[in-house]
Write a protein that binds this ligand. Sequence first.
Ligand SMILES: Nc1ncnc2c1ncn2[C@@H]1O[C@H](COP(=O)(O)OP(=O)(O)O)[C@@H](O)[C@H]1O
Ligand SMILES: [Mg+2]
Length: 252
Amino acid sequence: MLTLSNIHVSYDGSRILRDVSLTVEPGKVVCLMGRNGVGKTTTLKSITGLVKLDSGSVKLDDTELAGMKPDGRARAGLGYVPQGRDIFPQLTVWENLRIGAIAQGKKLNGEVDRVFGLFPVLKEMLQRKGGVLSGGQQQQLAIGRALLTNPKVLLLDEPTEGIQPNIIDQIGETIKKLRDDGLQPDPTAREIGNAIKLLRREGEIGILLVEQYLDFCLDVGDKFYIMDRGSVVASGPIAELNDEIVKQHLTV
Ligand SMILES: Nc1ncnc2c1ncn2[C@@H]1O[C@H](COP(=O)(O)OP(=O)(O)O)[C@@H](O)[C@H]1O
Ligand SMILES: [Mg+2]
């Protein structure tokens, strides 16, 4: 289990995160939501060690991560998929997949089959250059690469962001209507959602999902935290995410 307790973070002397606490249990999908600039990415970076805490604690099970460097935290069991398309465009899909585990000195065993099970398209494209994949496929590649390090907790920063705007609209606005009509939303967004659900069903990995699209969270999440100006302002089981909370903290 990942536990953040009362973390405070500043950039250049100005406070960005104030007293943020949250937990991610194994087998749960925890949605971290909020408008642009409220501190979601900074929260993930303070978990991975890319920014330093002013105070507070970040624990993975019984291990305090706060004093550790990013590579040590990754080896302790954090998988991180940063915001944006963070793959190597000139390397093949296969090289991209292996690189995270190789950097950690880990051998790839049954994990590869697990990733191909989650994202079959990657198996078909192993020898293609990463740069020719669609935005959604690159997201799948980045998630697959993180999974190959066999993390206890997976941190995903806006996995639907690289996907074309019209498809995002489908996710945000009409996913339910599409379902009601018996139609399928965009396969790539759906595949990312399905992969998250499959991981949840396996029950081993905890997932902290930063996501701006409400319906995606409602579809895959177990619980939510909403941030506003550097603080957690609402939290609870996903079923308690009501219109009032959404109107107050999520709509622009
Ligand atoms: N490297 C940085 N230096 C200074 N300020 C930053 C830096 N990165 C982010 N910020 C500021 O910190 C705040 C939170 O940013 P961020 O965590 O990226 O928000 P979110 O992911 O919720 O959109 C914003 O006001 C942003 O401008
Ligand atoms: Mg962000």
